[in-house]
Design a protein around this ligand. Structure first.
Ligand code: NAI
Length: 328
């Protein structure tokens, strides 16, 4: 049997953590033959709640759960970690400006990026879920680069929830099954500015764009529905999306680790592809194979799409400017 791998999860006492940890421990993320050790990070005041979650994990008697640690010290949580899911973040409090939110999180993710680079496995794969996730991933990566050791390309932000949200909207509109849909892309920031692009999307060889053939629906219904879905969930549930966010995190890490035969949207540090400045963590269409990902190259970007991509990039550039001083 395989040796256990170490999976660090931050924000372990939170609502996404509560949906996520049980699925990691049951083998849904890394495979039904891969034992895991969970390394759980949360704030000091949340340690008691983390203990409670660990009691429940014990009570599941998961055959693949080979160990657990709870800590409030990032250096302990990320020690020898093979996978890090950075879920914990500072939420926007009353009266908090966007810039305050960015710098409060900047402080968290500079510490965590450094701790990962100093302590984790050299091949660690990092996924930032905590918002603003693209810029938090950008900050963690920048802090990690100063230390060296880990691969700067392996600091990702989560766009997969937007991708999955888009798939279901398209399936419902076109009457095709979700599982038949291939080649979906979401470009840019995990925010209402994201650009969910189904121009390349197919269902059993048919073009979804041709099947739907409704530009007004794309512009006036589909994009706002996907972009504002997070707010719609809060409005309906009184709490932000948690199970669907955990599900997307599982999807992202599983495809990255185990491969995928379809395109998947990942927020990855740009290598300059599609004119996105190097290092900006941006939603791109990716292919995953043998534990590696690659940005799909050569897609045609029409005028409408150019405008949408420029708009979401502009927002990320503004976020990057707001945290620039913290990275000196
Ligand atoms: P929550 O408030 O239920 O839990 C957050 C947990 O993180 C708490 O236990 C808190 O104590 C912990 N935490 C805060 N700062 C921490 C730090 N510095 N180190 C370790 N732990 C820390 O929040 P929930 O619902 O679990 O959401 C977590 C994050 O995920 C939020 O930032 C949310 O905006 C984001 N999110 C991202 C999505 C995406 O698609 N990228 C989708 C949905 C949520």
């Amino acid at each position: 049997s395989k040796a256990p791998v170490r999976v660090a999860v931050t924000g372990a006492a939170g609502q996404i953590g509560y949906s996520l940890l049980f699925r990691i421990a049951s083998g849904e993320m890394l495979g039904k033959d891969q034992p895991v050790i969970l390394q759980l990070l949360d704030l000091p005041q949340a340690q008691k709640a983390v203990k409670g979650v660990m009691m429940e994990l014990d009570d599941c008697a998961f055959p693949l759960l080979a160990g657990m640690v709870a800590t409030d010290d990032p250096n302990v949580a990320f020690k020898d970690a093979d996978y890090c899911l950075l879920v914990g973040a500072r939420p926007r409090g009353p009266g908090m400006e966007r810039a305050d939110l960015l710098t409060a999180n900047g402080a968290i993710f500079t510490v965590q990026g450094k701790a990962i680079a100093e302590n984790a496995s050299e091949n660690v794969k990092v996924l930032v879920v905590g918002n603003p996730c693209n810029t938090n991933a950008y900050i963690a990566r920048a802090a990690a680069i100063k230390v060296g050791r880990t691969n700067p390309a392996n600091y990702h932000g989560m766009l997969r929830l937007d991708h999955n949200r888009a798939l279901t909207q398209l399936a419902q509109k076109s009457g095709r099954s979700v599982s038949s849909l291939k080649k979906m892309v979401v470009w840019g920031n995990h925010s209402p500015s994201m650009y969910a692009d189904y121009r390349f999307c197919t269902s059993n060889g048919d073009s979804i764009k041709d099947l739907i053939n409704d530009h007004a629906w794309n512009n006036d219904v589909f994009l706002p529905t996907v972009g504002k879905r997070g707010a719609a969930i809060i409005e309906a549930r009184g709490l932000s999306s948690a199970a669907s966010a955990a599900n997307a995190a599982i999807d992202h890490m599983r495809d990255w680790a185990l491969g995928s035969d379809d395109w998947v949207t990942m927020g990855v540090p740009s290598d300059g592809s599609y004119g996105i400045p190097e290092g900006v963590v941006f939603g791109f269409p990716c292919e995953c194979k043998n534990g590696e990902f690659k940005i799909i190259q050569g897609l045609e970007i029409d005028e409408y799409s150019k405008g949408k991509i420029a708009n979401t990039l502009k927002e990320l550039e503004e976020e990057r400017a707001a945290v620039a001083d913290m990275l000196k």
